[in-house]
Design a protein around this ligand. Structure first.
Ligand code: C2E
Ligand code: MG
Ligand code: MG
Ligand code: MG
Length: 276
């Protein structure tokens, strides 16, 4: 792309674009090496019953500790992996690790794993999932797959078919970051969903009359559909108190527990986190 400067001569932006391109390639290469060297690990964050503090589930979150640059956010490297065609390998590594770990945990605790829509391109994900369950011995009912609505947008028909196959194994399907995209409600009609996670951006806006109405309405919707609701991003004791007062049953957030290698698997002390 070239643009005319104020003096009228063409200014070339190519070198700059090339730098960005090279930086991306470099990062993809680094990520591939990280996968090969097993530098990708999994952290687990508890999802708890907000009334009793019982841990009902943990979410598996990918972690990359770069030897020189330290922790790199999955928000960045998941995209790198998707671009570089490495998302299947990342997804498989996380899924296998998470199922293996969860198979050792009390059977009251479920494990949720995030799925990138790009993992559905090859059509091989359902078979991989069946194999991993078989290998690790984890009962399908203890596994949940967290999807965002991009799954429905990108490669709609075949993705939905694959999700239905997964669902037929007895694995749970959870809609992640609910309420942030477009027309999320219609997706509830397309597949059997077991749970919704209402996005952290709602909680962050409390106290606010409109946001309160939205969260209550989503809670009512999930109750009518007989599926569960998780409030994401609980950081403030006041937010926890509001959720409890309004009967929101499950929650996740730094206040209850940060993602870590050895998550709590029984109870979280909510009294310690309630405003005085
Ligand atoms: P997500 O699936 O919505 O996961 C929740 C994110 O919110 C996590 O960020 C978690 O650490 C963060 N979080 C939890 N509680 C709080 C809180 O109270 N306050 C704040 N500020 N943040 C909180 P993380 O681990 O950085 O992951 C970011 C996103 O990267 C995830 O969002 C998910 O979309 C993606 N991701 C992570 N691991 C994987 C993976 O294994 N596969 C795929 N496809 N995506 C992944
Ligand atoms: Mg998630
Ligand atoms: Mg989420
Ligand atoms: Mg989120």
């Amino acid at each position: 792309k070239a643009k005319l400067s104020s003096k009228g001569e063409a200014v070339c932006f190519e070198p700059h674009l090339e730098d960005a391109y090279l930086a991306r390639l470099l990062q993809e290469q680094e990520f591939l090496e990280a996968l090969d060297r097993n530098e990708i690990s999994v952290a687990y964050q508890p999802i708890a019953d907000l009334m009793t503090g019982q841990v009902m589930c943990v979410e598996a979150l990918a972690r990359w500790y770069h030897p020189k640059r330290g922790a790199i956010s999955p928000a960045i490297f998941v995209e790198t992996a998707e671009r570089g065609g490495l998302i299947d390998r990342l997804g498989e590594a996380i899924l296998r690790r998470a199922c293996k770990d969860a198979a050792q945990w009390p059977d009251t605790v479920q494990i949720n794993v995030n799925l990138s829509p790009k993992q559905l391109i090859s059509g091989r994900f359902p078979a991989l999932l069946a194999r991993v369950l078989e290998e690790t011995g984890l009962p399908p009912s203890r596994l949940g797959i967290e999807i965002t609505e991009n799954v429905f947008i990108d490669f709609a028909d075949d993705s939905i078919k694959q999700l239905r196959t997964i669902s037929s194994y007895g694995v749970k399907i959870i809609l992640d970051d609910f309420g942030t995209g477009y027309s999320s409600l219609s997706y509830l009609m397309m597949i059997e969903v077991d749970g919704l996670k209402i996005d952290a951006s709602f909680l962050r806006q409390l106290p606010d009359r409109k946001v309160e109405a939205i969260i209550r309405t989503v809670a009512r919707l999930t109750a009518d559909l007989n599926i569960y609701l998780v409030a994401e991003g609980i950081e403030q004791p006041e937010h926890l108190a509001w959720l409890r007062e309004n009967g929101i049953q499950f929650g996740q957030g730094f206040l209850l527990g940060r993602p870590r290698a050895d998550p709590p698997l029984d109870f979280i002390d909510l009294a310690a986190n309630t405003p005085a």
